[in-house]
Design a protein. Structure first.
Length: 204
C-alpha cells in the first residue's frame, strides 16, 4: 500500500489535528465534494478511533480530520462486545490501519453510572445494566488504588480497555506483536478539548 503510514505518523497526525482544534485553528480537511468522489470505491483510513458514544466526543471534529481519514466505532463508555471486536479486527486485518485509539473523556456518564452502582449496590435496569457491569471492574480497580475521583476512574477505564482489546482479540494481539499496529488510550478533556495520552500497547 503506497500511502500506508506508520503508527507514529498516524498518532502525530491525530495530535496535530487535536492541537488545531484546541487552539481554534481547525482546517476541516477532506470534507468537500471531490473527497466524496475519491472515496466511492475504496477507503484507506490511517487510524481507528474506538470512543465513547457521548455527543460531546465527535472524533472527526476533535482530531480535525475528514471523510475517509478515521474508522470510528463508538459505544457508551467505550464498552467492548463482539461487534466492537469484529469491527476493530476488520479495520486491522482488511484495512491495515496502523493505530487504534481508545477515546475516553472526563465526566463520562457511563463510568458515573458504574461508580454509582458500586457505591449504592443498586444496578440500573435494562441493557444499561450490561454497560455498567462491563465498566465496573475498572471502577473497582481504581478504588483499590485509592483513586476515587470520577475522572481517575475514567482514565483507569481507558487503560483497562486498551488491555482488554489486546487480550480479547488474537488479530489485534498479533498486529501489536508484529509492530504493524499500536493501541493507545486517550483521555479527552471536554472543556479544553485536549486529548491526552494515558496508555499504550505496542510501539508508536
Amino acid at each position: 500500500m503506497s500511502n500506508r503510514i506508520g503508527t507514529y505518523q498516524a498518532w502525530q497526525r491525530l495530535l496535530d489535528g487535536n492541537e488545531r482544534f484546541v487552539t481554534g485553528d481547525s482546517l476541516h480537511p477532506n470534507q468537500n465534494a471531490s473527497r466524496r468522489g475519491e472515496l466511492v470505491n475504496n477507503q484507506n483510513p490511517f487510524a481507528v478511533i474506538f470512543g465513547c458514544a457521548d455527543s460531546r466526543l465527535a472524533a472527526e471534529i476533535i482530531f480535525d480530520v475528514g471523510l475517509g481519514d478515521v474508522f470510528v466505532v463508538r459505544t457508551a463508555g467505550h464498552v467492548i462486545d463482539n461487534a466492537v471486536l469484529g469491527s476493530l479486527e476488520y479495520a486491522v486485518s482488511v484495512l491495515h490501519v496502523p493505530l487504534i485509539v481508545v477515546l475516553g473523556h472526563d465526566n463520562c456518564g457511563a463510568v458515573t453510572a458504574a461508580k454509582d452502582a458500586v457505591e449504592t449496590g443498586e444496578a440500573p435496569q435494562g441493557h444499561i445494566r450490561d454497560l455498567v457491569e462491563r465498566i465496573t471492574p475498572s471502577v473497582l480497580k481504581s478504588m483499590r488504588e485509592d483513586k476515587v475521583d470520577l475522572n481517575d476512574m475514567v482514565v483507569e477505564h481507558v487503560k483497562e480497555t486498551v488491555r482488554r482489546l489486546v487480550d480479547s482479540s488474537r488479530v489485534i494481539f498479533d498486529a501489536v506483536d508484529n509492530y504493524s499496529t499500536a493501541v493507545v488510550g486517550v483521555a479527552y478533556q471536554l472543556e479544553e478539548g485536549r486529548a491526552q495520552l494515558v496508555s499504550t500497547a505496542g510501539v508508536l
